[in-house]
Design a protein around this ligand. Structure first.
Ligand code: FAD
Length: 341
């Protein structure tokens, strides 16, 4: 799949979403890519229910609430969303850049806005060499299709929401579900823990506390069991056809580091007039950029998105004057926003 665009945004956190708005006001339609299956970046991944008090004009909202409002605000601009895809390669080409995702989607973009935050969120992996061989087959960090687990003996590692949600959901289809956690304290919603414990009490599922995966037994190229290390160095072997691990997500700068940008300790150096990187036409906004006095706050990223959009407009439509207009009074902005006359 090949898509031509004036503007490609890498990262759909709050700043990437607001970049859609600032570009839209200037008449530029954007495509936006995020490696996560949903928008919102840190706000939705790390603190969806926590309050935010320092968004100008909004005395109080939650992480999820802010993202919902941003989605409503950018709706008129009909950006193209490409979620669950990581941007892997960015290379210069005639008239802009060629950008490739891990789903082999190719963008030809005149300008790029990197709003990658603290990097792309990757699942924390099982630290056993044999687990790597089975990643994507019998060892997984997300459930793509629950039908895969039909009639299987499933071992789930973790004690958070994902671990318990899937332990409950897969209990319906799997032959057996064993949930293993390193302690007896769970971070999952108490109601889900109670729901899973009910299956355990009825002997329909098993919960192993104070356990960690010590080794995977593989016969041929198939996983057959997981050795669980228990207190006092006891080992218990649990038969397994499928192993799921939900240890949370860790941000990694990832492929962004390979694009020839001026990277400074996991951030990208930009100027403070245009928020442009060392590569003309590539901008960086939000938590990922660095300049003297930078503060990693959402409101800083919003300001940066506005100035980067003006700078990009001059690249996309060279020679055309870009006037500052107010959304209050500008008929063209009203038209772009879909405000009725
Ligand atoms: P992020 O929110 O980090 O989003 C970046 C996105 O880019 C991610 O979704 C990631 O998956 C994606 N991405 C990265 N690389 C790639 C790639 N190669 N391909 C595709 N996608 C990619 N700030 C405030 O202003 N006020 C607060 O009250 C506040 N409270 C906070 C509370 C907590 C607990 C935390 C952790 C942060 C808080 N912050 C707060 C900070 C705020 O969340 C960040 O400043 C903000 O999220 C930065 O937004 P961003 O869009 O730059 O990046």
């Amino acid at each position: 799949m090949t898509i031509k665009t004036d503007a490609l945004i890498v990262g759909a956190g709050p700043c990437g979403l607001f970049q859609i708005f600032e570009l839209g006001l200037l008449g530029i339609k954007a495509e936006i890519v995020d490696s996560l299956p949903r928008v919102g970046g840190q706000c939705t991944e790390l603190y969806p229910d926590k309050p935010i008090y320092d968004i100008p004009g909004i005395p109080l909202c939650t992480g999820q609430g802010l993202v919902d409002s941003l989605m409503e605000q950018i709706e008129p601009f009909h950006a193209g969303f490409h979620l669950g895809e990581e941007v892997m390669e960015v290379s210069p080409e005639e008239g802009g850049f060629r950008v490739v995702t891990n789903a082999d989607k190719v963008f030809h973009a005149k300008t790029i806005f990197i709003a990658g935050g603290v990097g792309s969120f990757q699942p924390r992996r099982i630290r056993l060499p044999e687990a790597q061989e089975l990643e994507g087959t019998q060892v997984n960090y997300r459930v793509k299709d629950p039908a895969k687990y039909q009639g299987k003996r499933v071992v789930i590692l973790g004690g958070g929401d994902s671990a318990f949600d899937w332990a409950v959901a897969l209990q319906e289809v799997a032959e057996s579900v064993t949930l293993v956690h390193r302690s007896e304290q769970f971070r999952a919603a108490p109601a889900t823990v109670v729901a899973f414990r009910k299956f355990v009490d009825r002997g329909e599922a098993e919960l192993i506390e104070f356990g960690t995966a010590a080794a995977l037994k593989i016969e041929g190229d198939r996983l057959v069991s997981v050795d669980i290390k228990l207190p006092e160095d006891k080992i218990r072997t649990v038969p397994a056809d499928e192993l799921l691990a939900f240890f949370g997500l860790a941000p990694k700068l990832g492929p962004i580091a390979e694009w020839g940008l001026d990277v400074n300790r996991k951030t990208i150096n930009v100027d403070t007039e245009r928020f442009e990187t060392n590569i003309p036409g590539i901008f960086a906004i939000g938590d990922i950029n660095s300049y003297p006095g930078k503060k990693k706050l959402i409101l800083s990223g919003f300001h940066e998105a506005a100035l980067a959009a003006f700078a990009a407009k001059a690249i996309i439509e060279p020679g055309k004057k870009v006037h500052l207009q107010y959304t209050t009074t500008s008929p063209i902005m009203h038209k772009r926003l879909g405000v009725p006359d």
